[in-house]
Design a protein around this ligand. Structure first.
Ligand SMILES: Nc1nc2c(ncn2[C@@H]2O[C@H](COP(=O)(O)OP(=O)(O)OP(=O)(O)O)[C@@H](O)[C@H]2O)c(=O)[nH]1
Ligand SMILES: [Mg+2]
Length: 351
């Protein structure tokens, strides 16, 4: 796996264009020495926008480029000629980008889906030329406005991956193996903890081609909320998930305690996560004896409404999990364009 290719927090500087200055100018023509004022207006400065690029998955590009500036408007010209507008700048960001004003902390907006566009710095207005200042009593105005400065801001961009289902568990529990078993993901699996260094995404489709996006979040360890391991850095990527699958390794000494402390970590990060729908996936069933499972049943059932016993590696128990996912998806359809409602039945001809 390539390291350090996932960046989910950056600050950048954006500057809109300055407005062009208005011009002071008087009409000149042979035999008409006293032509009137004809200085034109300056053009507006270009705006800076953020736009979604669905092909992007991280904020990595901003490691290399942090300053974005739109073009200034041109000054007005003689003969009431309007200065050209400054060109806008569009900064491409991955879906799931939240935008804050870094200095005030104000949230400016979020860019979730293709086509989303957010104005983050408005260009300065162009100044009016002297032609606009002429009045019957003031025929030769020698004034024009300067163009306004463009807005300038420092933005904090925060990426929260848009996943519907989050796989959460301690290192080595088999999260990535499960992600691979359920989705087309080819993310790396290793027989040691902390194989996964960056969040992996995978897409699962039910038989109706409805999609669910899964994210496998790395780095959660006991005491993560106290900053151990990678801390809670990556938990932001589960904030948008509507379903949390707690993946637990059945060969661990006390799987029930593992679930309890995972819940503790989630609560420490954001108590609302405990209200999210959650299921428990007991993994590595192939390695334990069924009587062990019996004893876990009751305590697990008090911790989540649904429990699945699987072997992600041997693809056992996954059918039940997939059926449950399909069912859940039917009851909780995604409200966005990725799962459009079926088209209405076509009307008979001549109707
Ligand atoms: N026997 C058995 N081994 C499994 C099963 N699922 C995963 N493993 C093994 O457990 C080890 C860890 O699996 P991963 O999928 O990398 O675990 P992870 O939770 O993603 O681990 P990190 O990325 O380190 O957090 C690998 O050696 C897997 O082959 C299973 O169902 N049965
Ligand atoms: Mg992993």
């Amino acid at each position: 796996m390539k390291k350090h290719t996932f960046v989910d927090l950056v600050t950048i500087r954006v500057r809109a264009g300055k407005g062009g200055d208005g011009m002071v100018h008087f009409h000149r023509e042979k035999y008409r020495p006293r032509g009137g004022p004809d200085g034109g207006d300056g053009g507006h400065g270009g705006n800076v926008y953020l736009v979604v690029d669905p092909g992007l998955k991280t904020l990595l590009d901003f490691r290399y480029r942090r300053v974005f500036q739109a073009e200034d408007g041109r000054p007005g010209g003689p003969n009431r000629r309007h200065g050209r507008r400054g060109r806008d700048v569009e900064i491409r960001v991955p879906p799931g980008t939240l935008v804050y004003d870094h200095l005030t902390g104000e949230k400016l907006g979020e860019l979730l889906h293709e086509g989303d566009r957010l104005l983050v710095a408005r260009g300065g207005r162009g100044g009016r030329g002297n032609a606009r200042f002429a009045t019957p009593t003031r025929r030769t105005p020698r004034i024009a406005e300067p163009g306004e400065e463009g807005e300038e801001r420092i933005l904090r961009l925060e990426l929260k991956l848009l996943a519907d289902v989050a796989l959460v568990g301690y290192p080595n529990a088999g999260k990535t193996t499960l992600l691979r078993a359920l989705t087309g993901s080819r993310a790396r699996v290793g027989a040691y903890p902390f194989t996964t260094k960056i969040p992996n995404l995978g897409v699962w489709k039910d038989s109706w081609q409805h999609r669910l996006t899964f994210v496998d979040v790395p780095g959660l360890v006991r005491g993560a909320h106290e900053g151990r391991g990678m801390g809670l850095t990556f938990l932001r990527h589960i904030e948008r998930a509507r379903l949390i699958l707690l993946v637990v390794d059945l060969t661990r000494p006390d799987p029930v305690d593992d679930v309890l402390s995972l819940l503790g970590e989630l609560e420490a990060y954001r108590p609302a996560l405990l209200e999210r729908e959650r299921w428990i996936v007991l993994n590595k069933m192939d390695l334990v004896d069924p009587t062990h499972l019996k004893s876990l049943e009751a305590p697990m059932q008090s911790l989540a409404p649904r429990i699945f016993v699987v072997s992600a590696r041997e693809h056992r128990g996954l059918e039940l999990l997939k059926e449950a996912l399909a069912e859940w998806l039917k009851e909780n359809p995604l409200e966005d364009e990725r799962n459009p409602a079926p088209p209405p039945m076509s009307l008979p001809p001549n109707h």
